[in-house]
Design a protein around this ligand. Structure first.
Ligand code: NAD
Ligand code: UDP
Length: 340
């Protein structure tokens, strides 16, 4: 007991030691900013495959963030401290990015989960897994609650991502069940905002950049497929609430914005907010592209008191302002926190 309170005092003084894998990516860089801002010591571990060091460059000046270039498929490198918290975000998230090397994607989730869970067990750290709404595949239950087991094609072009994430959830749950690690699993629904990679192929960055450049807006299929878009600040607040909720918290928690939009409606909103005269260009619908997706966030509300606060129009305006500045500055690094 006395030992615990000494350790807690030491943590309060120096901040927690946190490992953020995938920390140089879109969501990871926002999470690193939150942790550094709170006084924690952050080790941002990333292989820079879809992330970039410039995403966290502004945080290094704090002296509280260290970049470690490493692939989570390999055992963790020597020289790292004993961690209080581990956040596993390492994995490409955009379909073109995760399909570029599907074997690497599947093994990033599988071996990354194994390597990080073993480290959490050895350190006595709490560990967070960035899971995904892709767990539900092309859902035949709507909206999707955590109790729905999903409809995933195990051999399709999205399987490397979906099945990798499903396997990681299995491993996390088995470690928790065996009392080997205290785990938190977030099932993240489509999230957007400043510091998305402009070229990674996701719908929000594609449409916003196309509209700002006066290029055609690419809509795959008839544009009637739906997604529920969550603004990044809301999501990161959800990570924080989930990771720091008291006591054991069994099972995954959906984090997303239940406000459902068709891709066609999203394109129309982007055109209006950018005053763009771009035209719509139809492209073929990708194989296994889910027709609809909306989170049931009852569990997050009940357990964490969390719900998203930023509407699509407000969040898109902030995202458009970011890309507008990025394009004007020729891709220079931008500040670590988004400002709404
Ligand atoms: P991102 O591609 O911007 O970030 C992923 C980061 O992981 C990148 O910095 C990349 O370089 C790094 N990475 C990839 N493979 C790695 C490896 N083998 N070893 C070390 N680092 C590696 O994507 P994001 O949108 O920031 O997503 C972050 C996490 O959240 C991912 O795990 C993703 O599956 C999950 N997620 C994101 C969304 C979303 O809408 N953004 C939705 C669901 C789940
Ligand atoms: N999409 C689109 N145009 C684009 C990029 C994506 O119409 O330029 C569609 C895509 O087919 C999907 C939806 O937008 O139906 C969301 O795609 P994204 O890649 O952002 O996320 P995910 O499919 O992983 O949910």
């Amino acid at each position: 007991m006395a030992g615990n309170s000494v350790a807690a005092d030491a943590r309060a003084e120096r901040g927690r030691q946190c490992l953020v894998t995938g920390g140089a990516g879109f969501l990871g860089s926002h999470l690193c900013a939150l942790l550094v801002g709170r006084g924690d010591m952050v080790h941002c571990l990333d292989d820079m495959s879809t992330g970039a060091e410039r995403n966290v460059a502004g945080l290094q000046a704090s002296g509280r963030l260290t970049v470690v270039i490493h692939d989570v498929r390999e055992e963790l490198p020597p020289g790292l401290p004993r961690f209080d918290e581990i956040y596993n975000l390492a994995c490409p998230a955009s379909p073109p990015a995760y399909q570029a090397d599907p074997v690497k994607t599947a093994l990033t989730s599988a071996l990354g989960a194994r390597n990080l869970l073993l480290r959490a067990e050895a350190d006595g750290a709490r560990i967070f897994q960035a899971s995904t709404s892709e767990i539900y595949g092309d859902p035949d239950v709507h909206p999707q609650a955590e109790s729905y087991n999903g409809n995933v094609n195990p051999i399709g072009p999205r399987a490397c991502y979906d099945e990798g994430k499903r396997f990681a959830e299995t491993l996390f749950t088995d470690f928790a069940r065996a009392g080997r690690a205290e785990v938190r699993i977030a099932r993240i629904f489509n999230t957007y905002g400043p510091r998305m990679d402009r070229d990674d192929g996701r719908v929000v960055s594609n449409l916003v950049v196309q509209a700002l450049l006066g290029e055609n807006l690419t809509i795959y299929g008839d544009g009637n497929q739906t997604r529920s878009f969550c603004y990044v600040d809301d999501l990161i607040a959800g990570f924080d609430a989930l990771m720091h909720a008291d006591g054991p918290l069994d099972g995954p928690v959906n984090l997303g914005n239940p406000d459902e939009t068709t891709v066609g409606e999203l394109a129309a909103l982007v055109l209006r907010l950018t005053n763009s005269r771009s035209k719509i260009e139809r492209r073929p619908m990708p194989v296994d592209d889910p027709r609809r997706r909306r989170p049931d966030i009852t569990r997050a509300g009940r357990l964490l008191g969390w719900r998203p606060r930023v509407g699509l129009e407000t969040g898109l305006a902030a995202t458009i302002a970011y890309f507008d500045r990025l394009l004007a500055e020729g891709g220079k690094p931008l500040p670590p926190r988004s400002a709404l």
